[in-house]
Design a protein around this ligand. Sequence first.
Ligand SMILES: Cc1cc2nc3c(=O)[nH]c(=O)nc-3n(C[C@H](O)[C@H](O)[C@H](O)COP(=O)(O)OP(=O)(O)OC[C@H]3O[C@@H](n4cnc5c(N)ncnc54)[C@H](O)[C@@H]3O)c2cc1C
Length: 518
Amino acid sequence: MLPLSMLGGTLDPVEEALSPWQTAIMTDLALVWFKRDLRCTDHAPLAAAARCRSAVGLYVLEDEWLGAPEWDPQHWEFIRQSLLELRDNLAARGMPLLLRRGAMPLVLAQLWRDYPFTELLSHEETGSAWTYARDRRVAAWCRERGIAWRQWPQFGVVRPLAQRDGWAEAWERFMARPPLAAVGQLPGTTTPLDGGDIPSLDALGLPAARPIPPAGEAAATRTLESFIAERGSRYLHTLSSPLLAERGCSRLSAHLAYGTVSMRQVVQRTRQRLRELRKEGSAEAGERARHLRGFLSRLHWHCHFIQKLEDEPASEFHNFSRSYDGLREDDWSEERFLAWAEGRTGFPFVDACMRCLRATGWINFRMRAMLVSFASYHLWLHWRGTGLFLARQFLDFEPGIHWSQMQMQSGTTGINTLRIYSPNKQWADQDPRGEFVRRWLPEWGSPDYPPPIVDEQRAARIAKERIWARRRQPEARAEARQVLERHGSRKDRSRTPRPKAQPQPPTTTEQLELFAGE
Ligand SMILES: Cc1cc2nc3c(=O)[nH]c(=O)nc-3n(C[C@H](O)[C@H](O)[C@H](O)COP(=O)(O)OP(=O)(O)OC[C@H]3O[C@@H](n4cnc5c(N)ncnc54)[C@H](O)[C@@H]3O)c2cc1C
């Protein structure tokens, strides 16, 4: 695999990613492999394909993905709708988009017989373990045939990253570069190739998906524009409430996860709006800008979290801090898990959040954190099992963010502030009139609604004691420093090394914020 990093420098990103000999052979047959980058704009592989003698697009519906434990029908439905639009957009530019189903690299081998491509062009992918393994197979297959596989980063994720220092500066350089305009004309091919159907779930014999929001590049642009122009004007005030966040958050996560918009487009559009607001100069403009700056910092987090999985792929399966191994592994209870997953724990706000998520495929950050905190602390369930279930519920499943967040909210990173959310305090804060609970939990207050599955105070206290027992150990403290060195944001670092007195566990179970500042 060629280590092509576009971070840094001032050249055109496509040229910059290619050495002179590579540029010289760009007159050959190219195959653009679309993965989680279903767009025409700011797409480096497509821009490179525009310079080739012939180019064809490919999307592979992989059997391995369909069988993965994190897969859900809604994921394919979003991709399918995006592909339908992408195929039209590429056809208008003269390039066919082929759809194939099967295993990689077998699909490539079959296609290569009819269309002997010399270049495979794609974005880098930081995905689940099976995608790393598949990419290694594809790389070997390409190498054996002398096919050049060129990959470009699509976020501010650096491959390979020697160390975290300087990462934020690299992110900034990447985001500051002008997005690549949508290519005007693509070379296409004269070889007759079967386009292949973009199959519905029904045609695949798979269960129907829950309703999803509009997919594709045009919908991503509309969503971004409505947020920047109007919906985001009170962003920070709406973030935490499941009632307000639905409209007040950007709702771009699925678009970012499937690449129907690039992170750089979102960052630059936000910055453009910030410049306009600065020119306006009014107090109202200043307030709007404050909210958009809060949004901008979350875009940075997106890549910060994905970088963790890029640097430590095993974090999908193992605790970031191995000192926490064995903490919950033997305590899985299918009964507690099902009560949580089906929204019948007897904690109305937890259950309403779960029902909302299951119906819509989305819920805001704070409620995701509360759902995981409740499962990991009060129900003492291991994050891997609950994380797979949530991955299926989230339309926006993004492995790098997901597994890092699952571990953060379960207290196994060793470096983050631990929060045990009190479900009842969250309810009082975020849904004081009970509107959200009534909407999603119609049986609440009736005899059909179950009593609490656990004693909240007691369960939180026991969880706290168990975590503290680990966290206090010298090995855990030593390991935390290593995790911080490898994965920590350098902003965190300025808060971290303060020598502190031995901390004492708090006595309240309200929104426990343990180890703040570690
Ligand atoms: C346990 C858990 C699992 C999560 N799993 C995912 C996931 O699989 N995919 C995913 O996209 N987000 C995940 N998040 C982060 C966050 O909840 C969602 O990104 C956000 O709710 C999506 O809605 P939005 O696009 O309207 O967000 P906005 O608030 O409008 O944020 C804009 C974008 O910034 C990024 N972002 C926002 N918050 C975070 C965060 N805390 N960490 C990293 N990036 C962030 C996302 O790309 C998001 O689309 C998870 C959070 C938790 C607590």
